[in-house]
Design a protein around this ligand. Structure first.
Ligand code: FAD
Length: 378
């Protein structure tokens, strides 16, 4: 058993850390306030090859594996989790599934532009009546010659206001309950429009909007995988995506811990730094211990994925544990910062708001517990 990172992984970690410290951290609060898609950060990630992690060079990608994605996402999230959120929706939920499930023609058509950041990707499954229960999706796809006609509305979609390529799920009508199918909907598809844009609590530099499909014509050549294979594609992409969300939570927790330790060393009350009181230092010791455990779980899950082993349960465990840790850490962070922690100019409030989302999207904590308990009682 070897727990050390390879030279390539270490180099990636250092490179992304330096980039995040230098370029992302200084603007993270401003981007959060503006609540606009962080286009400059997206472009810089494209220039660094981060949008092509895990995609082979023949499609313009930078190569690397699942662990590379996790390492990069943790480093980005430590500085600006919303930027990592953009990357996750673009790469893990859109480009990577095109690489894994697309035909050669689809890979050639979509991947180079996505990897270069010339097009922005998104993934859309959620609807008003289909959240945790995606099987209740109502969007339909009816075959019409060489095309499909899609009808339905997707909600909450990350990168939804700016995306050029949306991996969308719809039910092929003739197949009934087994009809869930994946489609690559392009921004100029007739009948496709962007809907309501959201004002949200955290991860605000990653933007969200509804996606409206009204008799939207999509060429059959843009169907990803066979008819009826949508649920399999979705479950597979979301397993990978959960490693990314666990890594986001690791980055947020690390940022909280670093800043809270610094604050506790400097803040004096009753004549001594508050770090000297075990009520503070022991709780931070617990967060540190759990952070190490969460990272091991996340890396182990990435390793399983990279080595072709089943990792659904581990991905659920990594997401559940890391994201609930990030939430606990952010609550403690505010407590350690005291009154200042509650103010909008304290660093803690953004972590607190960002951390909350990690417990919700790509399957809530309850959904992760359903997956884990199902494996326990199988
Ligand atoms: C900021 C943001 C970004 C998002 N980005 C995307 C995106 O890019 N693409 C996309 O398709 N979707 C996206 N989503 C949707 C997200 O994945 C869903 O919000 C999430 O899966 C939960 O679905 P829901 O909101 O309908 O909640 P519901 O499913 O209605 O759940 C409500 C509550 O009930 C609980 N619950 C539900 N069923 C059970 C059960 N059987 N047992 C116990 N508890 C249960 C849930 O855990 C939750 O606490 C995004 C959401 C947000 C908030």
């Amino acid at each position: 058993m070897d727990f050390s990172l390879s030279e390539e992984h270490k180099m990636l970690q250092t490179t992304v850390r330096d980039f995040a410290n230098e370029k992302l951290a200084p603007v993270a609060d401003e981007l959060d306030r503006k609540q606009e898609f962080a286009r400059d950060n997206f472009k810089m990630m494209a220039d660094m090859g981060l949008l092509g992690l895990g995609i082979p060079p023949e499609y313009g990608g930078s190569g690397g594996d699942e662990l590379s994605v996790a390492i990069a996402v943790e480093e980005l999230s430590r500085a600006c989790a919303a930027t990592a959120d953009i990357l996750d929706a673009h790469l893990c939920l859109c480009a990577a599934p095109i690489y894994r499930f697309g035909t050669e023609e689809q890979k050639q058509k979509f991947l180079p532009a996505l990897v270069k950041g010339e097009r922005i990707g998104a993934m859309a499954i959620t609807e008003s009546e289909a959240g945790s229960d995606v099987s209740n999706m109502q969007t339909t796809a009816a075959r019409d010659g060489d095309d499909y006609i899609l009808n339905g509305t997707k909600i909450f979609i990350t990168n939804g206001d700016v995306c050029d390529v949306m991996l969308a799920f719809a039910n092929v009508t003739e197949l009934g309950e087994r009809g869930m199918t994946a489609f690559l909907v392009e921004a100029d598809s007739p009948g496709y429009s962007k809907g309501k844009k959201y004002d949200k609590l955290g991860m605000r530099a990653a933007t969200n909007a509804d996606q409206v499909l009204e008799d939207c014509r999509v060429p059959a050549a843009n169907r990803l995988g066979d008819e009826g294979r949508g649920m399999r594609i979705f479950l597979e992409l979301i397993d990978h995506g959960r490693i990314g969300i666990a890594a986001q939570a690791l980055g947020i927790t690390r940022a909280i811990l670093e800043r809270t330790v610094e604050y506790a060393k400097n803040r004096k009350q009753f004549g001594a730094p508050i770090a000297s009181y075990q009520a503070i230092s022991w709780r931070l010791a617990d967060i540190y211990t759990e952070l190490e455990a969460a990272r091991l779980l996340t890396y182990q899950t990435a390793w399983l994925a990279d080595n072709g082993q089943s990792f659904r349960t581990q991905a659920a465990m990594a997401k559940l544990y890391a994201t609930e840790l990030a939430m606990r850490a952010s609550t403690l962070g505010i407590q350690v910062f005291g009154g200042y922690g509650y103010m909008m100019d304290s660093p803690m409030q953004r972590y607190f708001r960002d951390a909350k989302l990690t417990e919700i999207y790509e399957g809530t904590s309850e959904v992760q517990r359903m997956i884990i308990s199902a494996s326990l009682f199988r």
